[in-house]
Design a protein around this ligand. Structure first.
Ligand code: B1M
Length: 224
């Protein structure tokens, strides 16, 4: 049996090399060895993507190599995600989740979905590159308790404000809590555009969602 160090290094190398088969193999080894599935993806998978990003910035890698690395990380996520555990919520609620319009970076959003679903929330995943109006419509149609938006680019972040402004214009901002996240999204900026919270990762998104749903229920005068 491989050691933890060998598994982590093998998994990271597979991602950096864009090798889906090797990533899946090391993910299976991690499960067999009882390693923490969430840590494998968010810490070690995240560190591997940081190395990929450095190579992209140094022009050693171009978009195709980055895409292969993302696919390799996803191959590992497929194996590891059933083993990710989140504390079950006692406040079931509906969350509409999406990557904003113009942005196709969906790995982080997919992790948020996995963790919220594992915690017992009903997650309606609208995918990536989702037009603002479609998001607002889905919130109305499903009477969502929480709207979660992800953006990985400084150029697409402003869409989050767009959506929040549309919720205000349509008089429904008070009916839904909004969380936002993704690399360039800071807490200060999130609050400045009128979001309720900016969890820094997928696990933090679970705690933030629980807290906000409890707050929403209290505002509505509902008891649990
Ligand atoms: Co691109 N990309 N990319 N990319 N990419 C970045 C984001 C970039 C920072 C790289 C760089 O230049 N150094 C840069 C953006 C710069 C900017 O801000 N303006 C960039 C660029 C420029 C581009 C293109 C324009 C490149 C081009 O075509 N010339 C293009 C744009 C496409 C588009 O969206 N329209 C592009 C394309 C791609 C790929 C398709 C090749 C691929 C995405 C594949 C996919 O997602 N299916 C890709 C990738 C993989 C990256 C990097 C290398 C890695 C992103 C990632 O998956 N990280 C990225 C550099 C970087 O971030 N270091 C980069 C791992 C993931 C687990 O982390 O998504 O941050 P993350 O999610 C975390 C937290 O942020 C948080 O929790 C997650 C788990 O901990 N979180 C939330 C995320 N969403 C949340 C929501 C929440 C709560 C928490 O609540 C709702």
């Amino acid at each position: 049996m491989a050691t933890k160090e060998e598994i982590v290094n093998g998994f990271m190398k597979a991602i950096v090399d864009g090798d889906e088969e090797a990533s899946a193999k090391w993910a299976k080894e991690a499960v067999a060895a009882g390693l923490d599935a969430y840590e494998m993806v968010t810490k070690h998978g995240g560190d591997a993507m940081t190395i990929v990003n450095q190579k992209y910035e140094k022009k050693e890698y171009f978009v195709p190599e980055v895409l292969c690395a993302a696919n390799a990380l996803n191959a590992g996520v497929d194996i590891l995600s059933p083993h990710m555990k989140a504390d079950k919520t006692s406040v079931p609620a509906t969350v509409v989740l999406a990557v904003v319009e113009g942005d196709i970076h969906d790995i982080g959003k997919n992790l948020v979905k996995i963790m919220l679903s594992a915690a017992g929330f009903r997650v309606i995943d609208m995918g990536k590159d989702v037009p603002s109006a479609a998001l607002v419509e889905k919130v109305k149609e499903t009477k969502a308790d929480v709207l979660g938006m992800s953006a990985l680019m400084s150029t697409t972040m402003p869409r989050m404000k767009n959506v929040i402004d549309m919720l205000k214009d349509q008089g429904i901002r008070g009916k839904v809590k909004v969380i936002v996240g993704g690399g360039p999204v800071t807490k200060d900026w999130a609050l400045s555009i009128g979001a309720d919270d900016r969890p820094h990762d997928a696990s933090a998104a679970v705690g933030a969602t629980k807290g906000l749903v409890e707050k929403l229920r209290a505002e509505r005068g509902e008891t649990w």
